[in-house]
Design a protein around this ligand. Sequence first.
Ligand code: ASP
Length: 311
Amino acid sequence: MRPAIIVHGGAGRVRDKVDERLEVLQQAVSRGYKLLCDGASALDAVVEAVVVMEDSGLLNAGLGCALTFDGEAELDAGVMDSGSGVIGAVAAVRRVKNPILLARKVAELTDHLLLVGEGAEKFAEVLGLTVSKECLITSEKLARLEELKKRWMKGEDFTWLVKLRTLTVEYPDLFGTVGAAAVDKKGNTAAATSTGGYWLKLRGRVGDTPIPGAGFDALKGVGACSATGVGEAIIRYILCRKVCELMAKGFDARASTEEAIRRMSVEIGEGTAGVVAVDACGNIGYAFNTEAMLVGYVKDGDVKATLLRRS
Ligand code: ASP
């Protein structure tokens, strides 16, 4: 079986540090692909790729996470493996640099599927996965938060936050969630997604990222996918499950992602999401209805990372 992997670095507006971010995506894909070629599982590959992106500080996950309205870092992540049926997720965790590793531990070490807040943090502490608050809440981020709040109050940005339903063509600033989907040599598929949510979110808000079927999904013998964008919209549409269902009907990863995003644009609105997928045959696909999206993948043995813009 030909292994394959695709990653994303978020969908929305991507305006700065493009080269640096593409470099991170390249590293993430290369690491995941090498594992797959060495015979590792799709689960190992997607988790490793997401860890690389969480550690970069350049994307909205792990060290680079966005802050809540009141200056907290609350991270969400979820992982699913179609081979073993493993699902694990964490939400609103603070002081955890790699929430994707914690999500995997939830799947492997507990009888639960989703741990949130304080309890999830206690679990992280026991496993040695916590870091100091200052790692995630830096002075640069706090300054940025103040700047964004001012812009929001003047009605210059984040105008959609007045009512989250106004999710048509007004995007939130700089999404940069990360995710990966892979198929291994045995034909097993897995997906992983990790995020800091979005800037100015209320404390306690949980988006699509840790919700199976919304922010990530993997179906045995079918494929796997990872989403990014406005969490509330993605949950409403259950985006990743829709992509998997299309793949289950026999559409390849490309046709499935394109069709799901086309339907989501009609039913929920433009400017809401991006998604990447692999199918069980090793094809990759991606689609988005936002201004731009960062993706990385392996094609014919070559690692590619690219900033896609809507024409
Ligand atoms: N989907 C994430 C959330 O709403 C944000 C993102 O994709 O950047 O929490």
